[in-house]
Write a protein that binds this ligand. Structure first.
Ligand SMILES: NC(=O)c1ccc[n+]([C@@H]2O[C@H](COP(=O)([O-])OP(=O)(O)OC[C@H]3O[C@@H](n4cnc5c(N)ncnc54)[C@H](OP(=O)(O)O)[C@@H]3O)[C@@H](O)[C@H]2O)c1
Length: 270
């Protein structure tokens, strides 16, 4: 299976590192290209042991999957660059936020199968939650192949294209929302009199440990919480204080704002 990646920036590097480390693909079948920063491209390709090139005809010839990984505002230039070199074997996978399947195909002047994915930065540690939508002509075997590629850097959830806005909010921006919550927890913790460094280190380990519990347990988060909450105990006291605030409404506001912004961005050219 030949893979080509247009754009070798932050997200591309996270995704490719996962795909290569999964050992399912021969690095000789993977090709990277970017706009003009050849030193960075060469460095990255050599680090991963994959090929790099600026020859679009050679890159796209017999390529099974072509990742589109530029910033959305650079896509028109990329489309101009490659549209005359596209071949029938090429299926496209766009990681560009906000650009619709119809728009991308129109710019590329092709009806070849195209998938849109919305990964998050946890791809760097192999734990992206990636939303995916496929064009109607993406066959079942190809879908399985793409899902397998994505599983190399995390988990995948298939949604209709309209619902990619929700995925963008919940898991695309999700790491930032959780970091923000953790930051407030650290701030509150340091007000209890312990050293700031001690609190930060403790909370870092608390988050890692809690994530591992969620990962390894079959129990729901609700049940995990109940298991450590004794009636009349300290945890119950803290939870009673928390339940005075409508946290669901707080997160509804947060997620709605992110969904609305995603919709707005997809309706503009920037
Ligand atoms: N970062 C995230 O958390 C995240 C999450 C989900 C989705 N995304 C999406 O991922 C995409 C890439 O984001 P990023 O943060 O990885 O961007 P980035 O670090 O700025 O990388 C962009 C890459 O695109 C290349 N490029 C630009 N124009 C090109 C062209 N005409 N032909 C070939 N390559 C071209 C650049 O090459 P040069 O270096 O030579 O200019 C660079 O390698 C965006 O569309 C974004 O919406 C990002």
């Amino acid at each position: 299976m030949k893979l080509v990646f247009y754009g070798a920036g932050n997200m591309a590097q996270a995704i490719f590192t996962g795909i290569i480390n999964s050992n399912n693909l021969d690095p000789n079948d993977i090709y990277l290209t970017n706009k003009s920063n050849e030193a960075a491209l060469k460095d990255f390709a050599e680090k991963l042991g994959v090929n790099y090139s600026y020859d679009d005809e050679a890159l796209l010839k017999d390529a099974d999957y072509v990742f589109l990984g530029t910033k959305p505002h650079d896509f028109e230039a990329l489309a101009d660059r490659i549209k005359d070199s596209i071949t029938d074997s090429n299926r496209f996978i766009s990681i560009m936020a906000g650009l619709s399947i119809d728009y991308i195909r129109e710019q590329l002047n092709t009806n070849n199968p195209l998938a849109r994915i919305m990964p998050n930065t946890n791809a760097q540690v192999g734990h992206s939650v990636t939303g995916i939508s496929f064009s109607n002509n993406f066959g079942p075997k190809a879908k399985d192949e793409v899902n397998e590629l994505i599983n190399a850097f995390g988990s995948v959830i298939e949604v209709s294209e309209d619902h990619l806005h929700q995925v963008t909010a919940i898991t695309g921006s999700g790491p930032a929302f959780l970091y923000h919550v953790f930051e407030q927890y650290v701030k509150a913790g340091t007000q209890l009199g312990l050293e700031k460094d001690q609190v930060e280190e403790s909370i870092r380990n608390l988050i890692i440990g809690t994530s591992k519990m969620i990962e390894r347990s079959d129990l729901s988060m609700e049940q995990l919480r109940k298991n450590i909450t004794s009636k009349g105990g300290t945890t119950q006291a803290g939870l009673d204080a928390l339940s005075q605030y409508d946290l669901v409404a707080v997160f509804e506001d947060c997620l709605s704002a992110a969904v609305n912004r995603s919709v707005e961005l997809s309706n503009t050219d920037d």
